[in-house]
Design a protein around this ligand. Structure first.
Ligand code: ZN
Length: 383
């Protein structure tokens, strides 16, 4: 039998299976067919020499906005595949119950990369424009938070992950916890987790955190400026530490305004690491400061998070959180062949956070190739 594709000689990092070693990966019929050393080149129709690279499970960007043309902040999902080698993107509530079907038909079903989504508790999703005069949040009138419509949509599309709420000034809401309570009720009725975005107050992040349940996601945990999650002593607020202890998952969600090196350093030195590294890439930050997932991962690497943990936070942890660890986020034989090939480059690389601080890093994760559903594609190009 001939394999369709053989990735030869790469350093495989598969945290879900505990693999951190040189190995060959063979793909056949869109699935991972073998992972071992010494698979012969003659056994594959196509061989890719990846000796200078690391081979990881297909990257999952857990927080993006890819409702292109349906929302003004939407970017093209397949552009994230082309640029970053991301094989699964999670849309964090661009669409609500009022337009999710369109997102499904015109984006999810037409994209090469896998797209999963949170449903916005706001019926119209994120409808604001990209200019300040049109930054009118989706919660300006809280009546758009319709629980029944959201629950019905999850019943119609059971692969929806859960409910998203932008619970602060960005969402333009009532400036209290009401939208989060409504999102939580919808999530409870649908039997799903929720993702809570906090930001510039009101309300303060620490007022919202106690409302999250185990398995819910708090995003933008390393934001800087007003409303960050550091106390006056420069340490993580106790609500964050407590939430982490009871199983609330922390998502990085870089975005345009939600990542600060200073906050990240303080969190990391207090032992608070992000469970999930995500870019929150959208039209306002795709050309900086977020750029995409591998840039965000590189930032964490240069802040001292070990490579193994960085890969884990963009593969195994999000796949497990999605309840899809049997098929995504691993190179287990028999799973769909979603694979990303990266090179860890050494040099001097400037990075910028969302509040304007520059960091000169010594390592950069450069995406080289992706395999999606068994098909090889060169990546690392912007489209
Ligand atoms: Zn977002």
């Amino acid at each position: 039998m001939l394999y369709d594709l053989l990735l030869k000689g790469g350093h495989v990092v598969d945290p879900g299976r505990g693999i951190d070693d040189v190995a060959d990966v063979a793909v056949e019929g869109g699935r991972v067919a073998a992972l071992s050393t010494g698979i012969r080149e003659a056994s594959a129709r196509k061989v890719l020499d990846v000796r200078d690279a690391i081979v990881v499970p297909g990257l999952i960007d857990f927080h993006t906005h890819v409702f292109e043309r349906g929302t003004s902040i939407g970017v093209r999902a397949d552009a994230l595949l082309a640029a970053d080698g991301v094989t699964t993107v999670v849309d964090a509530g661009s669409a609500g119950a009022g337009n999710y079907r369109a997102f499904r038909t015109y984006v999810v079903e037409k994209s090469r990369c896998r797209i999963l989504a949170f449903l916005n508790i706001a019926f119209p999703g994120i409808f604001h424009g990209t200019t300040p005069d049109l930054r009118i949040g989706e919660l300006t009138d809280v009546r758009v938070c319709n629980i029944a419509a959201a629950v019905q949509m999850v019943a119609e599309y059971p692969d929806l992950i859960g409910i998203k709420v932008r619970a602060n000034f960005d969402g333009g809401g009532t400036r209290d916890a009401v939208p989060v309570l409504l999102a939580r009720r919808a999530a409870e009725e649908a039997g799903r987790p929720m993702m809570v975005h906090f930001g510039a107050p009101p309300p303060l992040g620490e007022e919202l955190i106690p409302l999250l349940r185990p398995g819910d996601f708090l995003t933008h945990v390393f934001r800087g400026g007003s409303g960050n999650l550091l106390g006056g002593d420069g340490r993580p607020v106790p609500q964050l530490v407590e939430a982490r202890g009871r199983g609330v998952l922390l998502d990085l969600g870089h975005g345009a305004r939600s990542f600060s090196f200073q906050t990240a350093r303080a969190m990391l030195s207090s032992g608070v690491t992000p469970d999930i590294i995500s870019s929150d890439v959208h039209a306002i930050c795709i050309n900086g400061p977020a750029y995409g997932l591998t840039t965000t991962m590189s930032k964490m690497l240069n802040l001292g998070m070990p490579l193994w943990d960085v890969i884990r936070a963009a593969t195994w942890v999000p796949a497990s959180a999605l309840g899809r660890a049997e098929e995504l986020g691993t190179l287990q034989t028999g799973t769909p062949a979603d694979i990303t090939v990266l090179r860890v480059e050494k040099g001097r690389f400037p990075f910028r956070d969302a509040v304007g601080e520059e960091l000169i890093g010594e390592r950069l994760l450069r995406p080289l190739w992706a395999v999606v559903g068994g098909e090889l594609t060169p990546v690392g190009v912007s489209q």
